[in-house]
Write a protein that binds this ligand. Structure first.
Ligand code: ZN
Length: 689
């Protein structure tokens, strides 16, 4: 397994694009990188046109010089394979290398990521370039990591051209072997879609109405696999030359195009580009969910935050800056969630090009008079006191089930309602985080045994093997919370008959007869107990028939008034809860708190503006406490017996954190999370921006 230690501490750096700047800037860059504490830069990500200005004509002189210069300054290199943006000559020489949309539009030259993954001459040119780079720089002492391509699937995650259609047919033949098997899986008896020849099968291009759902689902699987072939090709080239250098490609968190559970198995270390909206309600929750997915993809292995903005980005309609302290807080949060590297896009903010208004570690104003630079330099110094964290684990007793296959299936046309999955997962995630839990993401076929609680919001697609995995988990003593509209279809997107969710009705002690979709403007309500608090339910409610399950909350409106909304059922040595509607976060937290407490997991109750994580260093624990409130100071009562992580000073029993403030308290053994309390924020310390 890839270890972070060769870097001698926490990785700190950026994408470095020296080809955008005159040579006399480079030496200044290296000096400033030393000043900031930069120890790794990503180099050459968009350099294809500079490295191969004409077909087969390579020019490495500038890159030789930069590699040597960085090495002289003790800065390591994460060297890119430079294939992320083919040069104009390639796209013009091979017009059919340009990808095609579902509407049949072939994309044009002048932006980036302009390639069809099935185009063989593109693949051949890319391979030749990567071979040249690997052979030339494989022996270079600055090389410490390979960066394959860049943000695969960011702009083009599907290509509907004739070449991809051919590759899709080959993928389907390998999967189904016979046309009968495909016709059965795709349900082609409906709408006269039966295929009599493989050549008749097409990608789900723009059609008169809904394309076949299983065709759409298989197309998503194929498209992720087809792009993964490109990654495999390049990773294979560099691994053959430098088997000792780890390989990564930068992921984008929760993007719809690529099944990262599958992709991550092909990497040595996972890396992430995270751009939470600073103007959003809770940037730390948005970022934290991606951070936790990255840690989960390779079984808890520490990962690298490969890109983040030092301040503003340039690609939203309105791009808020990261106000003083937010950048530092989000980096502390990444460390708390398992990162061992903190890198930015990009080193120097560009003068020209599409991202010139994207912030850089060195802003347009230059370092001397820059607030961002001061924060960057200060963080670089602070990281030296946090090196021990690179050896920490982030143990989670609660996990959220997530599967790209289910997400794809849910997004296929013609459902009872439009159900965007990510906002729902974010809400369930926030509810668990508000109880002080570290949260993993786990695949339905993953190892559930290490968790006390597994929750599955809207796990629409559930294969037989996955259902069995869940049944064993509960039977063995685990606690499950299942959300509405889960376990509806199998891996071919065929309904599991006999009452929903057919494969788990015994575990849940109930069956669902039908659902009550609530269009915008309509709602139902749930009430926990006769005198309990009522919560609005939006979007979705269900008609639930208990068969052994106990009712915890009921709906109080419409024809389902008085009928179960939330239930609990003992199964084997475990427990299974069911949440039959889209409940607000507070109601979810109430269910999760009961489930966790029953499972013997300590909890605390915190607002969304506080982020708590716990990491483990051998027999010791580190409490990472962050105040994510932009203007309000917060005071806490701490568990007894802690010391400050950086210097071992005993921690006082109470603590005030300023807006975006961070503290790390270390404990012998476990952290008594139930002793952590938020006390009233002192009004005198309330700040405003
Ligand atoms: Zn194509």
């Amino acid at each position: 397994m890839f270890e972070i230690q060769p870097f001698g501490g926490i990785i700190y750096g950026a994408d470095y694009n020296p080809e955008q700047w005159p040579r006399d800037t480079w030496r200044d860059d290296a000096r400033l990188m030393n000043e900031a504490g930069v120890n790794l830069v990503s180099l050459g990500i968009f350099s294809w046109a500079h490295l191969e200005p004409r077909p087969g004509e390579y020019d490495f002189t500038w890159l030789d010089e930069v590699m040597d210069l960085l090495h002289e300054h003790g800065i390591n290199v994460n060297l890119a394979t430079a294939t992320a943006s083919p040069p104009p000559w390639l796209s013009l020489k091979y017009p059919d290398s340009r990808p095609v949309t579902a509407d049949g539009v072939r994309l044009e030259v002048g932006a980036r990521q302009l390639y069809c993954p099935s185009h063989q001459p593109f693949r051949a040119h890319a391979r030749l370039l990567v071979e040249q780079i690997a052979q030339r720089y494989g022996p270079h002492p600055a090389l410490k990591l390979w960066h394959i391509n860049n943000e695969y699937g960011c702009h083009v995650d599907q290509c509907f051209c004739a070449l991809c259609a051919e590759a899709f047919r080959a993928w389907l033949q390998a999967k189904y072997q016979t046309l009968d098997a495909l016709n059965d899986a795709w349900g082609t008896a409906f709408w006269s879609q039966r295929y009599g020849d493989w050549a008749e099968i097409q990608p789900p291009r723009r059609a008169p109405t809904f394309a076949n759902p299983t065709q759409q689902l298989d197309w998503r699987r194929f498209s992720s696999d087809n792009i993964l072939e490109l990654y495999r090709m390049e990773a294979g080239v560099v691994r053959a030359v430098t088997p000792h250098i780890p390989v990564t490609t930068n992921f984008l968190g929760f993007i719809p195009g690529l099944d990262y559970f599958k992709w991550a198995q092909e990497e040595d270390v996972v890396s992430l580009d995270a751009y939470p909206d600073p103007a959003g309600p809770h940037p730390h929750l948005e970022a934290g969910m991606s951070y936790d997915m990255m840690r989960s993809l390779r079984g808890g292995q520490r990962w690298i935050l490969m890109e983040q903005a030092p301040s503003a980005v340039n690609w939203r309609p309105y791009n808020a800056p990261k106000r003083p302290g937010l950048m530092r807080m989000l980096n502390h949060q990444a460390l708390a969630h398992g990162a061992s590297g903190l890198m930015f896009f990009q080193w120097r903010a560009s003068r020209a090009g599409a991202e010139k208004f994207h912030s850089g570690m060195v802003q347009h104003v230059g370092p001397a008079r820059s607030r961002v630079w001061e924060e960057i330099r200060s963080l670089g110094q602070e990281l030296r006191t946090l090196t021990r964290l690179t050896g920490a684990q982030v143990p989670a007793r609660a996990a959220i089930m997530f599967d790209w296959n289910s997400w794809w299936a849910l997004n296929v046309d013609s459902k009872p309602a439009v159900l965007p999955l990510l906002p729902l997962v974010q809400k369930w995630y926030a509810a668990l985080r508000s109880l002080g839990q570290n949260v993993d993401f786990v695949h339905p076929d993953g190892d559930l045994q290490g968790y006390d609680l597994v929750v599955m919001p809207n796990q629409y697609l559930l294969a037989q093997g996955s259902a069995q995995n869940i049944r064993q988990f509960v039977d063995g003593g685990g606690t499950l919370v299942t959300g509405f509209f889960s376990g509806i279809v199998d891996e071919h997107e065929h309904i599991q008959l006999g009452g929903y969710p057919a494969l788990l009705t015994d575990v849940l002690g109930l069956w669902v007869e039908e659902w009550v979709v609530l269009p915008p403007g309509e709602h139902n309500r749930v009430r926990f107990g006769a005198q309990g608090e009522a919560h609005d339910v939006l979007h979705w409610a269900e008609v639930i028939h208990p068969e052994g399950a106990e009712t915890l909350a009921t709906f109080d409106q419409d024809f389902i008034a008085g009928q179960p909304a939330v239930t609990r059922h003992g199964y084997g040595a475990g427990r299974a809860y069911y949440v039959g509607g889209d409940l607000p976060q507070a109601a979810l937290a109430q269910v999760f708190e009961e489930a966790l407490t029953h499972a013997g997991v300590p909890t605390c109750r915190l607002p969304d503006t506080v982020s708590v994580s716990v990491s483990r260093l051998g027999g010791r624990s580190v409490l990472h406490l962050l105040n994510a409130h932009p203007t309000q100071a917060l005071a806490f009562t701490l568990p007894a017996g802690g010391v400050h992580f950086e210097d071992g000073r005993p921690a006082a029993p109470s603590l005030t954190l300023l807006p975006y403030g961070v503290t790390l308290i270390e404990f012998e053994g476990e952290v008594a999370l139930d002793e952590l309390q938020l006390t009233q924020a002192p009004a005198a310390l309330t700040l405003s921006h």
